[in-house]
Write a protein that binds this ligand. Sequence first.
Ligand code: SAH
Length: 360
Amino acid sequence: MQPLERHIRNRIRQEGPLTVASYMAEALMHPQYGYYRSGNPIGAKGDFITSPEVSQVFGELLGLSLAVCWMDQGCPDKICLIEAGPGRGTLLTDLVRATRGVAGFHQAFERRIHLIEANPDLRRQQAKQLSGREPVWIDNIREAPELPLFLVANEFLDCLPVHVFKRTDGGWQERFVTAHRSGLTFTHGKPAPGSPTPEPDTGIDDIPPGSTVEVSPSMQEFAETVGYHISRNGGGAILVDYGDWGLVGSSLQAVRNHRKSDPLADPGGTDLTAHVDFRALARSAGRHAQVSGMVPQGILLERLGITARARILARGLASDAFQSHMAAHRRLVHPDAMGALFKAICIVPKGAPFPPGFSE
Ligand code: SAH
């Protein structure tokens, strides 16, 4: 048995079944054995591929949108540029390269780039990618300096733990993880003390018995902190992830080696994610700041000019390179690929214009 499973079983023995959120926190963030504490999960050789790894255009376009957001707010001369969950550092590299020509933008973050990253192996890769810059790693958004905050995050929020609830005729039941002789298994029971209540998060009064909903207090706290920071100091945040508006249903999934797997089979060895409820995100950030409408990734990238950019990059490519370039473009925007499942949202101060690609 893997040491992390042993540790989880011990906790269950002592405390009783764990909420799905506690289980996810252990499986992903256990200081020694958590999935996001070592190794490199991203890329063809890893467990999954992300949009910035599909094409450089993704980071370029988000970067330019963020730079326009900075210009719209009067080009503040000192800002905090930050990425939450930067993975291999690819998005940031593309963002920095694409915004070189935006007069004053780079001077405003003074070569310093803040990164929220839990994984020391990925921190090393990010340092390599960002050589010539001054990366500053922080563990939590609350540690961001009191400056206008320009933040980008792709596939970060889906890693944050969720509580899972099921509606029954007798009220809400929470899903727990418990142990049996040969492994871990799900069970249901009365919501744990301190668990969030699902109703206000779903925004749907009439959830039929048998339905499942997921609630992520960590995601909401992140969104609220970003909203608060931006309302105090100015800035803009572009958040991209897979999910939808007011989710009903179970989306918790495990992915290993580009395939779906059993979320309880190998804690620490598989990625666990849940779709992001953008409605809950918008409500949390909207307590302080202004939040755009949610836009599908494909539409956002089209609005930002992905086709024109892809045409320019396609010039002079030989046939194999051209084919893979076209396939990457399709993968990012097509509704059958990442274009519809992934959504984006933007947070700006109340009264500030939304950056290109976003609207109310
Ligand atoms: N944005 C990158 C990587 C996405 S994978 C891309 O699009 O390619 C998720 C990233 O978030 C990884 O870098 C992971 O190590 C980091 N991460 C996940 N949960 C985290 C947490 N709670 N605190 C800090 N970093 C976290």
